[in-house]
Unconditional design. Sequence first.
Length: 132
Amino acid sequence: KKGDLKFKCTNSSAIVNNKRHKIVCEVYDVEGIACNKILWKRGDTGEDYSPGSFNNINVTCREITNSKIETTLEILQVTAEYFKTSFSVIYNDPLFQTKEFQLSIPQEYTNSVVALQTSFVLLCSIVLAFIL
């Protein structure tokens, strides 16, 4: 008996201009689940990614059991645009069901906080130099 498809995704927050960022999704609870029915979709451009390598994006998929697969979307170089769009993992089985699971990349601001502190120190020293 075929079950109801479920998604479980994990991804950490990413920092702009940091290297790789991975989103890992388990798609499970359906017998006979297969990687050739997996697709990732980028929200803003509508681009589809099946497992393989694309410009700045790698998609992998592996079959863990008869009813569970793990698929990964990896962004090789994170730029600001990736925080503005959603990504969906889509399981497309015309004979059974098509399900979409949407997620977005949380942004971490640690880099920009450091940059703000640096410019503030610089500003203070300019003001001090001006007063003296």
